[in-house]
Design a protein around this ligand. Structure first.
Ligand SMILES: C[S@@+](CC[C@H](N)C(=O)[O-])C[C@H]1O[C@@H](n2cnc3c(N)ncnc32)[C@H](O)[C@@H]1O
Length: 332
């Protein structure tokens, strides 16, 4: 007897189902129908139910994870801004280190995420950036912040700077997204920013820096004796450790270190994940949130003898490993 084909599931995919794998018969939603969590817009992946984000709340451990870039039913900062800070991170820092009416400053304000979070939490906020993307962001170089904010007035400075030259944000020659980590250009600029933060932060106030480390992976080919040799060169740039050294050398006291789970297309890309395993490197799965306090008097730790960025010290090239994945089966 012939088996009946399974009946198509008429409920549509369940929340959490991957749309591409949920039903081969269901046409993929058009790019314009990508889920958008705005009032009145239904999520096409979950029929008749709008997309819901979990409520934003204080994280209870030093591992912070939240499934969305934004909280609530709208957005903080801009949806399309490349390099925007996840708003739950700012919400948690502001909620933990300040109270209503306190002054929060963001010297790298980008799309204005900090300003929007502060509005929600009833904190005063001053946002600066080299490129002013909206009226409430004042154009300023973070290395000259004390020209714009009164001395010792900020209760909290939240900053998410460019991660060395990983992303170029503008054509402005002062953009710190043009500064390489190797050779210490980025560290010197961050040192100047931290000096300014010392000047504007109240004694007892906090500064919180959000950064991610960088790993450069380069595939190289070399001819040797008529043969082509492939190798992989890696350069690890520990921006988190460097930032903590720079802050402590200026007298800031380390209060806490939080690991924020990174989410994004790159981390979900199966080809990139397979490459990381095959080529022996790891994708950056977390960002650092480094929280410091400004004591009343300055007692800086001696400048570290070693800055992680002082010289370029790439790891010796290693031969490219052979793929550990099984070769595809031949079809007969
Ligand atoms: C990682 S983004 C900040 C994202 C922001 N927190 C948000 O959520 O939209 C870094 C920002 O630093 C700015 N920037 C780069 N160099 C700067 C400088 N010298 N002074 C002030 N801002 C600068 C860039 O224009 C960019 O907007």
């Amino acid at each position: 007897m012939q088996k009946k084909p399974p009946r198509p599931d008429r409920r549509g995919p369940l929340p959490g189902d991957h749309p591409a794998t949920s039903s081969p018969r269901r046409p993929k939603p058009a790019a314009s129908a990508v889920p958008r969590d705005a009032p009145g817009i239904k999520n096409p992946y979950v029929r008749f139910r709008p997309l819901k984000r979990p409520p934003v709340q204080l994280h209870s451990s030093t591992l912070w994870d939240y499934p969305s870039q934004h909280y609530g039913s709208g957005s903080q900062g801009s949806q399309g801004y490349r390099g925007a800070t996840p708003s739950h991170v700012i919400w948690n820092v502001v909620e933990r280190t300040t109270k209503e009416g306190d002054l929060v400053v963001d010297p790298f304000c980008g799309s204005g995420t900090t300003i929007d979070v502060c509005r929600d939490l009833k904190r005063r906020c001053k946002g600066f950036d080299l490129v002013s993307s909206r009226d409430d962001i004042v154009r300023a170089d973070a290395r000259e912040l004390s020209q714009h904010v009164d001395k010792e007035t900020a209760h909290l400075v939240f900053f998410d700077p460019p991660y060395a030259d990983n992303l170029n944000y503008s054509d402005d020659p002062a953009c710190m997204g043009k500064l390489p980590f190797a050779g210490s250009a980025w560290s010197q600029a961050m040192g100047k920013v931290l000096d300014e933060l010392w000047t504007i932060t109240r004694p007892g106030g906090h500064i919180a820096g959000y950064v991610s480390d960088i790993l450069h992976v380069e595939h190289k080919k070399q001819k040797q004796g008529g043969r082509e040799l492939k190798s992989i060169e890696k350069e690890f740039q520990p921006l988190g450790l460097e930032l903590s050294n720079l802050a402590r050398a200026r007298g800031f006291v380390f209060v806490d270190h939080v690991c924020v789970v990174r989410r994004g297309k790159a981390l979900d890309d199966p080809r990139l994940r397979a490459r990381a395993v095959d080529d022996g490197f790891m994708l950056r799965g977390f960002s650092h949130l480094l929280i410091f306090q400004r004591p009343a008097t300055r007692a800086p730790l001696p400048a570290r003898a070693v800055t992680f960025a002082s010289k370029k010290a790439p790891t010796p090239p290693v031969p490219a490993p052979r793929s550990t994945r099984k070769p595809p089966r031949r079809r007969r």
